[in-house]
Each structure stands twice: as structure tokens, then as C-alpha cells.
Design a binder for this molecule. Sequence first.
Ligand SMILES: Cc1cc2nc3c(=O)[nH]c(=O)nc-3n(C[C@H](O)[C@H](O)[C@H](O)COP(=O)(O)OP(=O)(O)OC[C@H]3O[C@@H](n4cnc5c(N)ncnc54)[C@H](O)[C@@H]3O)c2cc1C
Length: 533
Amino acid sequence: MLSASSMKKPTLRNISRREFLAASSAALVGLGMKSERKIAGGFVNESAQLGHMLRDHKSFPAPTKKEKYPIVIIGGGMAGLSAAWHLDRRGFKDFVLLELDTQAGGNSRWGENEVSRYPWAAHYLPVPDKNETLVRELMEELGGLKDGKWEERYLCFTPQERLFIHGRWQEGIEPAVGLDARDREQFQRLDDILQNFRVTGAFTIPLERGVEHASTQPAITALDHISVTDWLRQQKLDSPYLRWYMDYACRDDYGAPATATSAWAGVHYFASRAHEEKGPLTWPEGNGWIARQLIAKLDRYIRRNSMAHHIARDKTRWRVLAGATEYAADAIIFAAPTFIAPYVFEGLAPSMTPDFQYSPWFTANLTLDRWPREHGGREPEPTSTWDNVDYNSKSLGYVVANHQSIRQHEDRSVWTYYWAMAEDTPRASRRKLLESDWNYFKELILQDLERVHPDIRDCVSRIDVMRMGHAMVRPTVGLMFDTQRRKLAEGKPLLGFDLVYFANSDLSGISIFENAQWNGVQAASNALRAISR
Ligand SMILES: Cc1cc2nc3c(=O)[nH]c(=O)nc-3n(C[C@H](O)[C@H](O)[C@H](O)COP(=O)(O)OP(=O)(O)OC[C@H]3O[C@@H](n4cnc5c(N)ncnc54)[C@H](O)[C@@H]3O)c2cc1C
């Protein structure tokens, strides 16, 4: 296998005629000629219209056929797919999975063009430690873990992360440039505090075990009563670099600003994993690699374009209306986002489910015909960095999809660009997402990247944008120890909704693959147990 350092981007020595012409036109732009390179693209994977039909209680065509199953899974993201994986490997084959979209995978969907596969959202999995048995079992089954060793191709190549700060790139995302002694002392103090939390065993993945363990420790549960910002203030940690870093972590993992994130979740981000873990595991299509393989294994159960729009009790069974079919089910695994449940279940009031709030995001995939120059007109770096973040940007930067490619001399690339809309209220951001046209996003992205790569416009041939109004749950203040959330996550059925098991990652308050998988598998084993009684 080639090492990461052997992956080369074009240099002046091996530059082709096409690249030379492109580079010359970039130089002309610098001299004052405005480049008008045509950039193609549009919105992809739009589902807001369908979702709003549910919200607005629109009527749907009457079903034309009927099918009967002991278990129906609703939602084909990682939670729903994991529930299906569990049923299937337990030898239980009599179920279907209904997915609203044309493609299953949810936030782990992926795309592909002539350059590379690429993720639409989730793009990595931290290397699971020994306690994360379910994740390890799956990775063994999928060929990522063999005889206790991780497949090297799937461990992120170096260089992994860089931060553009004070006009230059530094390695790693934690700010290291421009700090004075006081800033450095505060980072060290934060590190010590987090290490103390790490050893308590309260911050686990999957999350529920740690919450159970922590629920009797007031010093830890108290973290859930304040925001990350207030907690930092309490700890007298006011370095602007440290504040930026913690806010970045909240936006990156939860799509929320530090002011709106529970300090418990802020600590969990750092204290739930070993300090010096290797990895992460990543693939060109991100976690789409996991989704793709699960879908291939489970394809016979999946019904695409099948939005569940009405679910009601019919004597002893549940009746699920989706597309042209009416499904009768003994048990339901509801793996779609929980906030949708009151819109589809007859008689389920919103107050019966936890008060989840969701972060709006947009992501984009940019196809680049050549590598852009760096700030100050410098040549592209000889090797790509996987994750690239700008300290002065409201975005979360970009991830290079073909970073893991073992081919040399990659001229073209796909960059996955991330923006959690954390600056405004979720409601206002959702409105902005819906009201803005593709040109708005294109300009926002290009102007953002131009600060770092001034000739980016001359390199990009296509920008596709995915808008997600309710992308992921926010770990808001008080949510982790909220009794309603914990009951649902523990698999306790809601009053009057026997044999309905919730499974989405939102139940955990922290949306990551491991929680989606855990919730899916728990719901599946609860459903199996109940129907075999
Ligand atoms: C931008 C972004 C980046 C992320 N990056 C990472 C990452 O790098 N690593 C990581 O671990 N996690 C990441 N995540 C978190 C990600 O949400 C989880 O990893 C996981 O994919 C969530 O799976 P889920 O099944 O719980 O939910 P979802 O992915 O939301 O799946 C829900 C599914 O239900 C379907 N559905 C909705 N309503 C209905 C209905 N009425 N009928 C039928 N189907 C319905 C949806 O179409 C969807 O497929 C990221 C999330 C976002 C938004």
C-alpha cells in the first residue's frame, strides 16, 4: 500500500498543458481580468416538500394493496439499517424497512461522480475501543477489522487536519499559532479537566451506559444544567482561542453554538474517547461505505420511496400507510427522526415525546478540475490534507473525498463542504435554507473558500448542495438527563403505543453512528422479544 505522503498533486515539474493554461488564466485574474468560468450544479436529495406534506396534514392517495409483517421498520438511516441488520442476523426475516427517499442511508448517504465517491454528511467513524462491541462486530463483518487489526486503507492517511489561522496553515485543528503563555496555560488546564472527566467512566459510547452510571453523581449531572459557554466562564477559561475551539467542536459535532449546547455534551465530545486514539476510520464516501454495504446485505427488506404518512391502531395490529401500500404490523420500529412521530401516529401528541431541537445544516460537494493555489498564490501542497478548517469562517471547512485514494497524481478532486447553521435560531435558519436559491449557496461557498484559496473559482466545475432543515438533534441544556428522553432511549413504550419502539440517533441527544447503531439494535431486540412472547 502506498503511504499518504506518496500521493502527489500536480507540481510545476509534472504540470500538463491543460493545467498550465488553467494556471495562466488564474494568473490573469490576479492581473485584473474577471474569470467567468461556468459552474454547474443544483440542489440534491431534497425531501422538505414531502416532509411538509406531513406537517401540513395533506391528504395522500388511498392504498391499493395490503401486506402483513410481524415487524415494520420506518426510516432507513443508520438506526433503521442497524435494526434490520440485527433482525436478519438473528435469523428473523419477516419484516420490511420503509424509507421515504429514493436512497437509503439518511445522514450517511453518499454520491459518486467520475472523480470519486463522496459523502453527503457523515464522513468518519472514530476507531471504536474494545467496549464498543457492536461497532466492532459490524466492522468485522464488513471487512474493516480482521484478527483484531484495522484495515490500513480505512485509517485516515496523514496529514489529517489543518487550520488556517493568522494567514497560514497549521497542522491540527486546535489553535497553536498566535497563542501567548496565558492561552497555553488555559488549554493545558482544560486538558487536565477533561482528563479527570475521562476517567470517571461517565462519558461513554454508546452514550446511555455512561448516563446511567453518571445519574447518581451530582458533580457530573450538574454539567447538563448549563451551556458550554457558561461552564467555560465558571472555569475561568476565557482565552479567545480556547473559546473558538470549544465553539467549533459544538458546531462540528452537534451543529449548535456553544451557547446552546449542554456542557455535558461539550465534555462528552472530548472525554468519551481515549486521549491518543488512532484513526479515524474513513472512506471516500464517508460513512456511506458502511451504509452501502448494509444496504447491499439488506436490500430485499428495503422499500424505497415509501414515506410512512399515517399509522394507527387497528384492533390488535398497527396499520401503516406508505405509498400505495397499507402494511399491517405487530410491532413498529420507528427509526425516522422522533419529531416526525406526532405527525404520523394517530393520537400521539407532541408533548408525549421529548422536546428535541434539531440543527439545520447544508453540505455541498464541489468537483474540482485542478487543485487551487494556497493563500498568497502559493502552489498547492504536495499532499492533500483530509480535513481543512478556516479559523475565521462560519463554515466548518471541507474534507477531501479522494484523500484516501492510493492513486498517485490526482489532478481532480471532490471536496465535501460543511456548514452547520448555528449563527441564528434553527427556525430562522430553516427559513433561510428554504428561501435561498442555489446561486446564493454557490456564492457563499466560493467567497468563503476564496479567503484561503484565491483561485478556487477557476478550479471548480460543479457545486451540488444538500439542504437539511432538521439534520441532527441538538444536545440542548438539560436534555441528557431529561426523564422523557431517557425512558424512550431505554425502550419504554409510550402510553397507548405498545409495541412501538423508537430507534433514531436523536434519542441519545447526540447524533453519531455509534448511537444510531445502538438504538437500532436495542429497538430490534425489544421488538423481537415482544412479538415472540
Ligand atoms: C452534516 C452531518 C455530518 C455528520 N457527520 C458525522 C460523522 O462524520 N460521523 C458520525 O458518526 N455521524 C455524523 N453525523 C451524524 C449522523 O446523523 C449519524 O451518524 C447517523 O447517520 C444518523 O442516523 P439515523 O438513522 O439516526 O438518522 P437519519 O440519518 O436522519 O435517518 C432517518 C431516516 O428516516 C427517513 N425518514 C424520515 N421520515 C420518514 C418517514 N415518514 N417514512 C419513512 N422514512 C422516513 C429519512 O429519509 C432517513 O433516511 C453527521 C450528521 C450530519 C447532518
